[in-house]
Design a protein around this ligand. Structure first.
Ligand SMILES: N[C@@H](CCC(=O)N[C@@H](CS)C(=O)NCC(=O)O)C(=O)O
Length: 200
């Protein structure tokens, strides 16, 4: 059976749990404490991921695949969650690179600082900048979702899964999500997908 090296609080790991659930693929999980270095042990770095992070999907033959969006691509390719049209495939990639460079480093990190670190962490000083950049990314999503039901084409794809993960928990990073009615309607559409699972 597939083994997901996982952390229950991680949106990056949740993306993989959500896709596998939508696809009806059974998997086991192994949980890691990412704040206290459990993904940085010699054994983990040597055998699972040299980059010291979850999620990693481990296949029955022992091969390990890291990077949440690479895992989404590998598992969704050939299914309804990855388009067949080459232009739409590239648009899915466009949103997934956007997620990693312009969204996750701000939206996810604000949640991490406010929910996983001690209240007196000096990292709270980063919050205003994270909010400025995170709000810019959320507005780009809002603009697209005002005119379309999903990020690419007219059905759910791994672009939606990749961005849904941290966007639907953005309020935990103190983002005011009432500003984004189209994103909120999109949350409901994603959550109505058969076999949808919650993050926690
Ligand atoms: N780009 C990676 C990011 C993965 C990542 O940042 N993982 C965090 C948890 S969300 C982690 O494992 N942190 C532990 C550490 O860096 O030691 C992905 O999308 O999978």
């Amino acid at each position: 059976m597939l083994l997901l090296h996982d952390n229950i609080e991680s949106g990056n790991a949740y993306k993989v749990r959500l896709l596998l659930s939508l696809l009806g693929i059974a998997f086991e999980t192994k949980q890691y404490d990412v704040v206290n270095g459990e993904t940085r042990t010699k054994e983990y770095l040597e055998n699972i991921n040299k980059n010291g992070r979850i999620p990693v999907l481990q296949f029955e033959d022992g091969r390990c695949l890291a990077e949440s969006n690479a895992i989404l691509y590998y598992m969704a390719n050939g299914t309804q969650y990855f388009p067949q049209d080459k232009w739409q495939q590239a648009k899915v990639m466009e949103w997934m690179f956007f997620e990693q460079y312009s969204h996750e480093p701000f939206v996810a990190v604000a949640k991490f600082i406010l929910t996983m670190l001690p209240e007196d962490t000096p990292r709270r000083a980063e919050i205003p900048t994270l909010h400025e950049k995170g709000y810019a990314a959320l507005q780009i999503m809002e603009d697209r979702l005002e005119e379309a039901a999903f990020l690419v084409g007219d059905s759910l794809s791994i672009a939606d899964i990749a961005l849904y993960a941290y966007t639907h928990k953005a309020h935990m990073g103190d983002f005011d999500m009432n500003r984004y009615p189209a994103i909120n309607r999109w949350f409901s559409r994603v959550e109505k997908t058969p076999n949808y699972i919650e993050m926690f």
